[in-house]
Design a protein around this ligand. Sequence first.
Ligand SMILES: Nc1ncnc2c1ncn2[C@@H]1O[C@H](COP(=O)(O)OP(=O)(O)OP(=O)(O)O)[C@@H](O)[C@H]1O
Length: 255
Amino acid sequence: MAEPLLCVANLVRRFGGVVATDNLSLEVARGELHAIIGPNGAGKTTLISQLTGQLLPNSGSITFGGRDITRLPAYRRSALGLARSFQITSLLPDFTAADNVALAAQAHDGHSFYFWGNARKEKHLRETARAALARVGLEHRADTVVSKLSHGEQRELELAVALATKPQLLLLDEPMAGLGVSESARMVELLKALRREVTIVLVEHDMDAVFALADRITVLVYGRVIASDVPDAIRVNDEVKRAYLGEQHAVTRHG
Ligand SMILES: Nc1ncnc2c1ncn2[C@@H]1O[C@H](COP(=O)(O)OP(=O)(O)OP(=O)(O)O)[C@@H](O)[C@H]1O
């Protein structure tokens, strides 16, 4: 089997007496969309924060592209091709959609905001921004300021901002949160297209979206992996059904 893009081994993270990540091991293959699900407080966001470097584990290791990144600061991980979107991204509300993406591309190139005046005119940044906006279907909103975009469009823009850094692995933390039915459907279609281009780890409570998108699903409960398998196996896994996919979480089948 090819070497996984991401390998998490025996990761532990405690907050006082709470073990938010409990000896967690996980592999993400190149090209897959790997969903992470679990009840509130299962440790999903804590795991993502350790993958990006916002939070350091107490023990265990994280390997990305064959390299041990466990103690690497967030900006170095970003330079290696790890990008996070949602829940933490702050768009600049008075800037246009294109400016927001160009800024992200510029920051990733290693320049400071100080040079933004020049960067705004820089052709390759403009082109990177246009290309990223086109990938999320927002090219027609390039010159619109963020505060005038709908909530769903802002979510799509956040995705474009992450894509502008040309990630190898995209970490998405609840991209459907707060979206209406039609906006969610658009986001699912968008992620279906993107998954062909970039490896994705998706944390999401919307089970319809998860089962429509995932190649594999890892289920966390109290910081522990209780199952990691293809969607059809997760759907019928008794422990998963007991712990999470109970009656209140009706799981529908998507073609
Ligand atoms: N900064 C923190 N300080 C103390 N405890 C924390 C902190 N962050 C998370 N926790 C605890 O760690 C556990 C896991 O939380 P986490 O937010 O990672 O879960 P989650 O699966 O993302 O939940 P949700 O689905 O509600 O977003 C919870 O018990 C939470 O209270």
